[in-house]
Write a protein that binds this ligand. Structure first.
Ligand SMILES: Cc1cc2nc3c(=O)[nH]c(=O)nc-3n(C[C@H](O)[C@H](O)[C@H](O)COP(=O)(O)OP(=O)(O)OC[C@H]3O[C@@H](n4cnc5c(N)ncnc54)[C@H](O)[C@@H]3O)c2cc1C
Length: 303
């Protein structure tokens, strides 16, 4: 249960109150406002606030006085042109503020994206909840044999059950000791010290505010098939929200970033030779073995 009844009541009260405004409103994201969207076993993402819409991107690009929209097709065409040509600053005119609840090991990957504003729940000041990410059996894999930074085959049901037992037992014991150490009528250890005993699968929370350009950069890396599953599911959830918020910009992002690939000069040359009917091989392509494999992935549609 990600939210207490009190927290749910606060959200309901916020959603029940509408304020007239002269500002642009994006109906697609209004439907998401304040509502937590569950991710993993105890996590969520919810939109706390936003600024701008597709039209705001075009207004900035045209430096217009009013709406500046000539037609919907013009707006979509302009946004696609901007995305295609890496004219990125108009996308920075849109911002979104998210409340995210996530395991600490996911937060460590997420926080590497420096171009956002973050405020995290303080485990010096507050007591962390007894909530740990325990993966579903279908996400418990062995170490990949081909990719040092990834997963391979599913573990056997017996090994998977052993892993789950260990994760649950360790999390429980660590939290029991945390509680014992901070008990005010007992040891009374400072919270800032007691937390060091907690494992990286415990949940933390933060407010995360980012502009659309840098959000797309985050999503490009973290909604990618190579990203770790546990952060990818957050990125996927955010992708769906962004698609509702700025549909033209999101479609352009899907077409020119998410679904696009970058080809090196050698890859372009190899592609041209192949189109002319030449036989291009690992030996005559001028690429390293790894780059050649990546290129084949692009050509075969496996990447
Ligand atoms: C699949 C994958 C594997 C990874 N593996 C590792 C790993 O093994 N070890 C590890 O440490 N990290 C790893 N990372 C993290 C990665 O190196 C980046 O730190 C992370 O993706 C954030 O990207 P970013 O710096 O482009 O984003 P942001 O911090 O949002 O920055 C966006 C852009 O702003 C510019 N910028 C921001 N701050 C600065 C600055 N201080 N100086 C110069 N330019 C700046 C850069 O152009 C940057 O691309 C991995 C990431 C991915 C997606």
């Amino acid at each position: 249960m990600p939210l207490s009844p009190e927290q749910q009541a606060e959200i309901d009260a916020q959603r029940a109150t509408a304020t007239p405004t002269l500002r642009a409103v994006a109906p697609g994201i209004e439907q998401h406002l304040y509502i937590p969207r569950p991710v993993l076993d105890h996590g969520f993402v919810r939109v706390v606030d936003y600024m701008g819409d597709d039209a705001a991107i075009c207004q900035a690009a045209r430096v217009s006085y009013g709406k500046g929209t000539k037609s919907v097709q013009n707006d979509e065409g302009l946004i696609r042109y901007l995305m295609r040509h890496w004219h990125s600053t108009p996308f920075e005119m849109c911002e979104i503020k998210l409340h995210v609840k996530l395991p600490v090991f996911v937060a460590r990957q997420w926080i590497r994206h420096r171009t956002a504003n973050v405020n995290e729940y303080s485990a010096r000041y507050s007591i962390l909840d007894r909530e740990f990410y325990i993966p579903a059996p279908e996400h418990i894999n062995s170490q990949s044999k081909v990719n040092n930074q990834g997963r391979g085959e599913l573990l056997s049901p017996e090994d998977s059950a052993r892993v789950l037992d260990m994760l649950k037992a360790d999390s429980t014991r660590a939290y029991d000791n945390y509680e014992t150490m901070i008990a005010e009528d007992g040891i009374g250890l400072a919270r800032e010290l007691a937390r060091m005993n907690l494992p990286a699968n415990i949940y933390t929370q933060w407010y995360w505010k980012v502009d659309l350009h840098n959000l797309f950069h985050f999503l490009r890396l973290r909604a990618d098939a190579h990203a770790q599953y546990e952060i990818r599911v957050y990125a996927d959830a955010i992708c769906e929200m962004v698609a509702d918020w700025v549909p033209f910009a999101y479609k352009a992002f899907e077409d020119y970033r998410l679904g696009a690939v970058t080809l090196s000069a050698q890859m372009v040359e190899a592609m041209r030779r192949m189109l002319k009917g030449e036989e291009v091989t690992a030996e005559n392509c001028g690429m390293s073995a790894r780059e050649w494999r990546e290129f084949q992935g692009v050509v075969d549609g496996a990447s």
